[in-house]
Design a protein around this ligand. Structure first.
Ligand SMILES: N[C@@H](CCC(=O)N[C@@H](CS)C(=O)NCC(=O)O)C(=O)O
Length: 218
């Protein structure tokens, strides 16, 4: 079923090109075919941004003048407002597994390797650059090992994380793979994740959400 466009709503996504939580939302907006305006955030720590998102983390979705933070909350809201096409599978158990997969990335991995955590390790714990990189690689390896096992349990013919249609799990995986590459993490132990990432990147919805395709990309 085609996307039900709510033409009466004005959506603005406050994000930055290199904002992996924001990229998840951009992918979902594109998968659903929702029009939105891209608002480049100068600094998440600025007073201007904190006035709209007191959490000081990117992204924030502005919807008819109201602001919502946190990528998962934003995606759940988009799913409620624009149910078709859904970014969750129909089967309730598979849907829960997609959420579990997404949470492992968004709630367990990403916060550990976030820039503010790396900055704290370097500035307050006096961790060396190499120790911070080890920290980053450690949490990637631990999480990606679980994710790889999880997707390998699915039929090997499945093109994406949980079937032949990309969903929210894929929207979480792709930006995280790019982060891991940016930090030179060894991805060779995760052939299924590499394969799924490549299949997603071939889709317009994912390609258009990439950092280098955003208006504020250098
Ligand atoms: N759980 C939040 C995470 C948001 C987040 O951590 N965003 C990062 C960029 S990807 C950020 O704003 N970092 C600012 C910083 O670390 O100082 C979400 O899913 O939206």
């Amino acid at each position: 079923m085609p996307c039900r466009r709510r033409t009466d709503m004005h959506l603005r996504l406050h994000t930055r090109h290199q904002n992996s939580a924001g990229e998840r939302v951009r992918i979902v907006l594109n998968l659903k075919g929702i029009d939105y305006a891209y608002v480049a955030i100068e600094s998440p720590h600025s007073e201007t941004y904190r006035a709209i998102n007191p959490q000081g983390l990117m992204p924030a979705l502005e919807i008819d003048g109201q602001f919502v933070a946190q990528s998962i909350a934003i995606v759940e809201l988009l799913e409620e407002l624009f149910p078709e096409p859904s970014v969750f599978p129909e089967d309730p158990v598979t849907r829960a597994r997609v959420r579990a997969f997404a949470n492992l990335i968004c709630a367990d991995l990403h916060p550990l390797n976030n820039q503010r955590v790396r900055r704290y390790l370097a500035d307050q714990v006096q961790a060396t650059d190499s120790a911070v990189r080890d920290w980053y690689a450690h949490w990637i390896a631990e999480t990606f090992t679980s994710l790889e096992t999880e997707v390998a349990l699915h039929p090997p013919t499945a093109r994406y994380c949980f079937g032949d249609r990309p969903n929210f799990a894929d929207a979480c995986l792709v930006p995280q793979m790019a982060n891991a590459r940016r930090f030179d993490c060894d991805l060779s132990p995760y052939p299924n994740l590499i394969r799924i990432d490549a299949a997603c990147q071939a889709l317009d919805a994912f390609a258009k959400a990439r950092p280098d395709r955003q208006p504020d990309a250098p």
